[in-house]
Ligand binder design. Structure first.
Ligand code: TXA
Ligand code: MG
Length: 345
């Protein structure tokens, strides 16, 4: 299949709408990560997303809407807390899981009784959904298991030849996927941390329960609250290890591991939380001085590690507050939950 790449302008709106109306899959920009969109009410179109991405059929998709009113008929009921959250964080990087109405195809829900819905704030995609008139089902536009794409180049790398159209809306401003919460009986459960922080959720909805799967591997045989939790995710080819603890202890441990790998003819790289000069001549990717910047850069740094054929990624971690929780969640999966705590060394 020939893939066309075009800029996110007026002409692209018409072109993308035509393709989506025909039941095709289109690579779209959003403020979080690029998505692979199709008509979310057309089961055959939705199946094409799973094929293009190589995604397991039991991992459900998010429906993207242009406004709150478009979301309401996708649910059987919307409780008060859910409505408050949607009003507070839409449009934006926030996804809500509620009981699904009959019109939501089972392919979107992966047979669950619930559906996940979000309203993106990226102006071009917002205009596209409004014009289409149907919700867009869209997972992140990477091949299943790979780091999510935050630039159009990475969408191209994964999807060229697999879908007919990719739209370039520039680099994604948030850099990690939306926050996913389920609301039931007034209680809010965080399934995936993302562009809206737990602190922001709590300011609107009170107590937030962070699901066990956010920061811990699933125990054998356990059923995850969100199917996405059970898959290997965000993983570069390199072996990734995370380092936690006091800053200087982390720096020393990372330097020692780096030098050992280097001597063994491996190709290590450090991901540093700012001030890369602390690592001297060693190969360093700078994740910036805040968790927000780390989140913006996380997926491109993991892909860069592959592009530079690094075999070992030694990553410093921000603390778990604010956007730091989303960084932990993604990096823990990239690392297969391998964490070295060096605080008492
Ligand atoms: O920012 C985002 O959310 C991006 C952009 C493209 O909008 N989309 C995205 O989609 O990250 P995806 O498919 O890569 O991740 C969707 C997550 C998965 O972990 C999935 O298991 C979970 O949402 N999910 C979807 N429907 C669900 C449901 N009914 N119940 C629980 N979890 C659900
Ligand atoms: Mg994804």
């Amino acid at each position: 299949m020939k893939t066309i790449l075009c800029n996110a302008d007026e002409q692209a709106l018409a072109r993308a709408k035509d393709a989506l109306t025909r039941g095709e899959v289109v690579g779209i920009p959003t403020e979080t990560v690029y998505g692979l969109a199709a008509n979310g009410l057309d089961a055959a179109a939705v199946c094409r997303i799973f094929q293009a991405k190589g995604r397991p059929a039991d991992n459900p998709l998010i429906l993207h809407v242009a406004e709150l009113e478009q979301a309401i008929p996708l649910f059987t009921q919307v409780e008060e807390t859910a409505r408050r959250l949607m009003e507070a964080f839409w449009p934006g990087p926030f996804t809500i899981v509620l009981p699904a109405a009959a019109q939501v195809p089972r392919e979107v829900r992966a047979d669950l009784p619930t559906v996940a819905v979000r309203c993106p704030s990226h102006p071009w995609v917002h205009a596209l959904i409004a014009r289409c008139g149907f919700p867009l089902a869209a997972p992140s536009a990477n091949l299943s298991g790979k780091p999510s794409p935050t630039t159009v180049q990475t969408v191209w790398d994964d999807m060229n030849g697999r879908i007919p159209l990719i739209v370039d809306g520039g680099p994604c401003s948030v850099g990690v996927e939306s926050t996913v919460v389920a609301v039931k009986d007034g209680r809010v459960r965080l399934l995936r941390p993302g562009g809206v922080t737990v602190e922001q959720l709590a300011a609107v909805a009170g107590e937030i329960t962070v699901d066990e799967g956010v920061l811990h591997p699933l125990s054998a045989g356990a059923r995850p609250a969100s199917p996405g939790m059970k898959y290997r995710h965000y993983a570069p080819n390199a072996h990734v290890v995370l380092y936690e603890g006091a800053a200087e202890a982390v720096r020393r441990a990372v330097c020692a591991a780096y030098d050992e790998a280097d001597e063994a003819q491996k190709r290590p790289v450090v991901i540093a939380c700012g001030a890369p000069q602390r690592y001297g001549e060693r190969r360093v990717f700078d994740a910036g001085g805040s968790a927000q910047v780390y989140a913006q850069r996380i997926f491109s740094l993991l892909r860069q590690a592959d592009a530079q054929e690094c075999t070992e990624v030694l990553a410093e971690m921000p603390d778990e507050t604010g956007m730091g929780l989303a960084v932990h969640n993604r990096m823990l999966r990239a690392a297969g939950f391998q964490v070295k705590n060096v605080s008492d060394q």
